[in-house]
Design a protein around this ligand. Sequence first.
Ligand SMILES: Cc1cc2nc3c(=O)[nH]c(=O)nc-3n(C[C@H](O)[C@H](O)[C@H](O)COP(=O)(O)O)c2cc1C
Length: 367
Amino acid sequence: MSLNSFGHLFRVATWGESHGPALGATVDGCPPGVAVDEAMIQHWLDRRKPGQNRYTTQRQEADQVEILSGVFEGKTTGTPVQLMIRNTDQRSKDYSEIAEKFRPGHADITYWQKYGIRDYRGGGRSSARETAARVAAGGLARAALAALAPEVRITGYMVQMGPHRIDRDRFDMGEVERNSFWVPDAKAAEDWAGYLDGLRKSGNSVGAVIEVVASGVPAGLGAPIYGKLDTDLAAAMMSINAVKGVEIGEGMAAAELTGEANADEIFPGNDGKPVYSSNHAGGILGGISTGQDVVVRFAVKPTSSILKPRQTITKAGQATEIITKGRHDPCVGIRAVPVGEAMMACVILDHLLLHRGQIGDAGGRIG
Ligand SMILES: Cc1cc2nc3c(=O)[nH]c(=O)nc-3n(C[C@H](O)[C@H](O)[C@H](O)COP(=O)(O)O)c2cc1C
C-alpha cells in the first residue's frame, strides 16, 4: 500500500493499523531548533482522543505520544521526527462476526478488490485511528509555526450537524471549548445534544460540516497553478476519512453570487498592508494567501457503522445482512475537528517553508 505521505518540505508519512501494536507519523523536513516535547504534542492529541463523552466512540485509548527520534534537549535537530502512539484498547473480537462480510460505507470492499487483503479488525489501515498520527504531526507543525510565524492561529469548529446549522449571529469562539461538539454557538450545542442522543439511541448516525480557519497567515504562501495553497489544503482535508466535500471561502455558494457581490474590494491600509472589504475568497487568490483568514470547510458523511440492518455481500459473493456492532462515533464530525486543524497546520507550515526557500524576503512591496 503505497502513497502514505503528504507535504513537500514538511513531509509526513503515517503508518500503523487500528488493531496493530502502535501507529504513528514520521516527519521528514521539520526545521532544526524548534522547541517541542511530548506534552506539547499530547495537548492536541487529547482533543481528538476517543471516549471523552457519550457522543464519541467508547474505545478507550490514552493516545499517549512518544517521540523516538529527531528531538534532542527539547529541540528538533532537523533529522526525521518519529512520533509513536501505542494502541491499548484493541478488541478484535468485536469484529470477528463481520470478517467474511463487507460493511457498507467502509473501505472493506475496495481494499479487498485492490489488495486481496481483508483486515477485519476495525478496518486496519482505513480506520480513523490513523488520524491520531496526523494530529501528532500537526502538533509538531504547530510547534514549528510558533517559532517561525507566531502570529498564525488555527481554529476548527463544527458549523453543521445533519440538517442543523449554527446561527452565525450567535457565533462565539469562547463556546467551542465548553461543549461536546466544538460548536461556537451555545444554543446549537444544546439542540444538537438532544438530536444526537436520539440518533445514537436508535443505533443511527449523522454527517457534519467542519470549518477550519487559519488567521495571521502572511500574504504570499502558495504558488500559482500546480502549487496552489488551496489545492494542497483541499487534498489534505479530502484525505481525512469520511470527508466527502471540501470548500474554500465561499465555496459552492460562490456559484450563486454575482461578480459584484463576490468581489473582495481592496483599500489602502497601514504599513503597505491592503485592507479587504470581505473575504469571499477564503484568504487565497491565484493559489496564494492574501493575508486574510484562510477559511476551509469540509463535510463528513454519517458514520457507516450503525446498528440498523443493511444489505451487503460476503467475500464469496453471497447476499447477506449486516449490523455493525462494536464501538463507534455517532457523528464522526466531532473528532474530525482536531484532525482538520492538524492538516491545516501541516499545510500552512509546509508552504511557509517553501516560501522561505524560494522567495525569502524578495516579494513585491505595496506603497
Ligand atoms: C475522527 C474520525 C472517527 C471515525 N470514526 C468512525 C467510527 O467510529 N465508525 C465508522 O464507521 N466510521 C468512522 N469514521 C469514518 C471511517 O473511518 C471512514 O468512513 C471509512 O474509513 C471509509 O473511508 P471513506 O469514508 O473516506 O470512504 C471516522 C472518521 C473520522 C475522521
